[in-house]
Design a protein around this ligand. Sequence first.
Ligand code: F6R
Ligand code: MG
Ligand code: MG
Length: 367
Amino acid sequence: MKVTLSIIKADIGSIGGHIKPSQKVVEAVESHVKKFGKTLFIDSFIEYTGDDIAILLTHKRGAGNKEIHKLCWDALYSGADVAKKQGLYGAGQDLLVDAFSGNIKGMGPQVAEIEMEERGAESFLMFCADKTEPGAFNLPLYLGFCDPMHNAGLLLSPAVKKGYKFVIMDVEHTIKDKVIELHSPEEIYDIAVLLRDNGKYIVESVWSRASGEQVVAASTTRLHNIAGKYVGKDDPVMLVRTQKDFPATGEILSPYTIGHYVAGFMRGSHNGPLMPVKKNSTISYFDGPPIVSCMAFCVQNGKLTEPADAFDHPYWDYVRNNVSQKAEWIRRQGFSGPGMLPMSELEYTGVTDTLKILEKRFTVREK
Ligand code: F6R
Ligand code: MG
Ligand code: MG
């Protein structure tokens, strides 16, 4: 059976700054989805990661479907109304336009969707990240799909060994989608050349070369590029199908042991390590650190199981401790060098405003 998985996620207001949405706001989103979506989707799941609420829907309407996008838009809008009434911080923050216009992409929320022919046993992972940007998934995807140090299937499974097609987007090109297709294993160094630059090149999708099926869909919107000014980081979402011809769940999770440094953290303007967290985790230290949650599901005829919380295991407590230490190490150097992002990536204008003023006070010595 053909089924579409859609994740749509946004920050529509949170408690005490950018920590987490209130229970009432989450309930408002959930009740709107359930009340008005009955005839549109097969199953749904709602959670939050930091200050963002994510809606997962299964349906038969394909990717980019207007009714599905509108349902989520309206649900987030009704949640934002509750957030406003409760006086939550940043109420409606990610809903950048007043009226829905056909497709939620580019309107604020993050979107990832896969239309697929359901396998007999269909396992998939739903990743949601907060206080970071879409490029945060570049390294884990590269390692999970191209590196036998994380993906034992590259040695052990003939189907996995055939490799994958990466579709990578240049998100600085905002007029139209600018994409390239590169193939592992023969082009892994070219893939790495692009994926080292998390702010410019982002993995949009990954496809199996053994079966031609889509394995990954990731959100690629960088509103900073679209709006040309501060609108926060774009806290990405991602779907990854696992097992059989695809990497195993544990192979996809393995790279998150690194806690690699990503852009985001305080004021979306610093580098911080990406911490794998449990469902409904909050934000704290230095408005961070950047976090990622992962819900694992099976789906049959569009019906979801309950999620298995992939980072809720004693092993990841150990990782979280290591990542906390990495967070402290980089914070010790404050604004210096890689502690803060380069000028082009800062989410506030304070530094450039100050530089403009100071520039006038510089003098050039004649000798
Ligand atoms: C980062 C983030 C926070 C805010 C910071 C200041 O993505 O959400 O670090 O940037 O708390 O918030 P404002 O400017 O909204 O007062
Ligand atoms: Mg926020
Ligand atoms: Mg957020």
